[in-house]
Design a protein around this ligand. Structure first.
Ligand code: PLP
Length: 362
């Protein structure tokens, strides 16, 4: 070993891909542009949420409570028993803890790919073997996932709607899939974007959860509930799974302001769903206009659109950036555009039209 170098991490850690956060708003002519690269809510937070969080900051000299009130409110809201609800500082934290507790060295974890880019990082860092299964038509291939499950599989991660493609699955097919998985394998159904899709599918997942002890439904306050910067996630799971999560959890990661913000958001659910509805309408308008321009794109049930531009992805992303719009580019595959306020979406359309005017293909 070279003198002066630090110890080497576990081998699988050095092979981990890096998480790439969405780039900040691009600037044009010194004006701040639009950040459509992280699937965040574009709306200013309701005053009640800001006030609740600010009040909680005044007690920041104390460690936060463990989140019982939020657990009770979520359980009541979704007709669950409190012992079936887990909360943490973001749904990713819950996923990390699930993988730590149920996967790890010697296990494999299956997921569709491309999907949420944190999956291979969290699976790999748990020590488990990642088993990515290619999408078919921008959709998660349930039959392919099932074929990839082997004796050592301890987890299947299913984002529905999927990030970055926005596609969602038929709930009856998800149910049939869930019932066919071995009971030794946890199925993590990641519904981060369910508030922009079919509400029935979202609640069916919770009903199915009560029948299947190996099913975990992951939800977040980061998207429709507009608290990405606060980090609040929750899950519905069998009480033994929730207890296991509590056993491995880092204490105090769900801060008091985050809990206060989430509780206030639950009190404003009607307004927050109205806003999600506005984004859904904008999403469909933007998708129709982009298709009219000639861009083929799959139907999205999330708060973003996927443009499968392949080799042209980087060019398109830089055309957007020159127009002041930052989008998320997956070089060689496609570009994910978060749906924003009408003027932001208009800027995307203008950038797309300008890109075509330069003679580039859609
Ligand atoms: C599919 C999916 N799951 C989970 C998350 C992260 O959620 P949280 O902010 O609760 O950690 C994201 C964020 O983009 C996501 O796209």
């Amino acid at each position: 070993m070279k003198r002066g170098s630090p110890p080497s991490p576990r081998e699988e850690i050095s092979r981990l891909p890096r998480y790439v956060p969405g780039t900040p708003a691009a600037q044009v002519d010194g004006r701040a542009g639009y950040k459509l690269s992280s699937n965040e809510s574009p709306f200013a937070l309701p005053d009640e949420m800001v006030a609740a969080m600010a009040a909680a900051c005044a007690a920041a000299n104390r460690y936060p409570p463990p989140g019982e009130e939020l657990v009770l409110r979520l359980a009541e809201r979704h007709s669950l028993r409190p012992e079936e609800v887990g909360v943490a500082g973001g749904s990713l934290e819950l996923l990390r803890d699930l993988l730590l507790a149920y996967a790890g060295p010697g296990a494999s974890v299956v997921y569709g790919w491309r999907s949420y880019e944190a999956y291979p990082i969290l699976v790999g860092s748990s020590g488990a073997r990642p088993v990515p299964v290619p999408l078919v038509d921008h959709r998660i291939d349930l039959a392919g996932l099932l074929r990839a499950v082997s004796d050592d599989t301890r987890g299947v991660l299913l984002a529905d709607p999927n990030n970055p493609t926005g596609t969602s699955l038929d709930p009856a097919k998800v149910e049939a899939f869930a019932r066919r998985l071995p009971p030794t394998c946890l199925l993590v159904l990641d519904q981060a974007y369910c508030d922009f899709g079919d509400p029935e599918a979202a609640s069916l997942a919770l009903q199915l959860r009560s029948e299947l002890p190996n099913l975990v439904v992951l939800r977040t306050f980061s998207k429709a509930f507009a608290l990405a910067g606060m980090r609040v996630g929750w899950c519905a799971a069998h009480p033994q799974v929730v207890a296991t999560l509590q056993a491995v959890a880092l204490p105090f990661t769900l801060t008091a302001p985050a809990q206060a913000g989430a509780l206030a958001a639950l009190g404003l659910e009607a307004e927050l769903s109205r806003r999600a509805g506005l984004l859904v309408a904008e999403r469909d308008r933007l998708a129709t206009s982009l298709r009219e321009l000639g861009f083929p794109l799959p139907t999205s049930r999330a708060n973003f659109l996927w443009l499968p531009l392949g080799e042209r992805s980087s060019e398109f992303a830089s055309a957007c950036s020159s127009a002041g719009v930052s989008v998320r580019c997956f070089a060689g595959e496609g570009v994910r555009v978060t749906v924003g306020l009408p003027e932001e979406n208009q800027a995307v359309l203008e950038a797309a039209a300008a890109y075509l005017r330069e003679g580039r293909p859609a």
